[in-house]
Design a protein around this ligand. Structure first.
Ligand SMILES: C[S@@+](CC[C@H](N)C(=O)[O-])C[C@H]1O[C@@H](n2cnc3c(N)ncnc32)[C@H](O)[C@@H]1O
Length: 243
């Protein structure tokens, strides 16, 4: 992808049509989306009746909506925001009920207006991910669930997510310049900020299932399952409930 500028977000518009390509540059996002969905609790619809409003889930920086299909059957009305208008169009066709073009640093929603808030693979694209985390906590209701996944500011992450992932000529390779290691997210600080805003995050790492990955490379699988691991040094997910 010539001309792709490092972390220049509107270039996600240029990826329209590639969000759902299982061997394209965004394919790993789909693998992570499936893993993230495991942490979304089923909405409490027990005998709600007509007067109880449907539970609301907000996926910030939702991109082309790769998370949407994994939320089917969980009982949420699914909202998405992103800066890329082209990506949002795709999200609408994939399980998102409503989308808005908005900056995740200033969400156009009232305090405590969502039951679940998710932020997948976007904190490492913004200059102040900690301010975004505060904003995510603001729109989450007490008792609601926050789920974030991102890349830590470690040397190993830089090696794996940039040097190897962006340069080895393999299917699912992110475009060169997709990531800037200076934006990778410090785990302690992220946890501290979430705690200060009422959410105690539990961190865990994720890695591709090796067997799936080999089969994917050999063209014998279209998707790679991600497995939880204790090491958070390359890719991590944080999940917590708001006090
Ligand atoms: C790597 S993609 C992740 C997309 C999606 N969350 C997923 O996991 O498939 C990063 C997304 O963040 C969006 N983005 C980056 N900065 C943003 C901002 N400040 N406000 C809204 N969206 C932003 C981009 O447009 C892009 O769709």
């Amino acid at each position: 992808m010539s001309g792709y500028r490092r972390n220049f977000i509107s270039d996600y518009d240029g990826l329209a049509g590639q969000w759902w390509d299982p061997r394209g540059p965004l394919a790993p996002l789909g693998w992570i989306a499936r893993a993230r969905a495991e942490f979304v609790p089923a909405a409490n619809t027990a005998d709600g009746g007509a007067d109880i409003p449907q539970a609301r889930l907000l996926d910030v920086a939702c991109g082309g909506g790769l998370f949407g299909p994994h939320l089917a059957g969980k009982g949420y009305r699914v909202f998405g925001v992103d800066l890329s208008a082209m990506a949002l169009k795709e999200a609408l066709g994939h399980g998102f009920d409503a989308v808005a073009r908005a900056d995740i640093t200033r969400l156009p929603f009232a305090d405590a207006s969502f039951d679940v808030v998710t932020a997948g693979q976007c904190l490492e694209h913004v200059p102040d991910p900690y301010a975004v985390v505060a904003e995510l906590c603001r729109v989450l209701r007490p008792g609601g669930t926050l789920i974030v996944d991102t890349i830590p500011d470690t040397r190993t992450a830089r090696l794996v997510a940039i040097t190897l992932a962006e340069n080895l000529p393999l299917p699912g390779r992110p475009a060169r310049g997709t990531h800037d290691h200076r934006l990778f997210v410090n785990r302690e600080r992220l946890t501290r900020v979430a705690r200060a805003h009422g959410v105690e995050l539990r961190l865990l790492g994720l890695r591709p299932r090796f067997r799936d990955f080999i089969r994917y490379l050999a063209g014998r699988r279209e998707e790679v399952r991600m497995v939880p691991i204790t090491s958070t040094s390359v890719l991590y997910l944080g999940v917590g409930t708001k006090r």
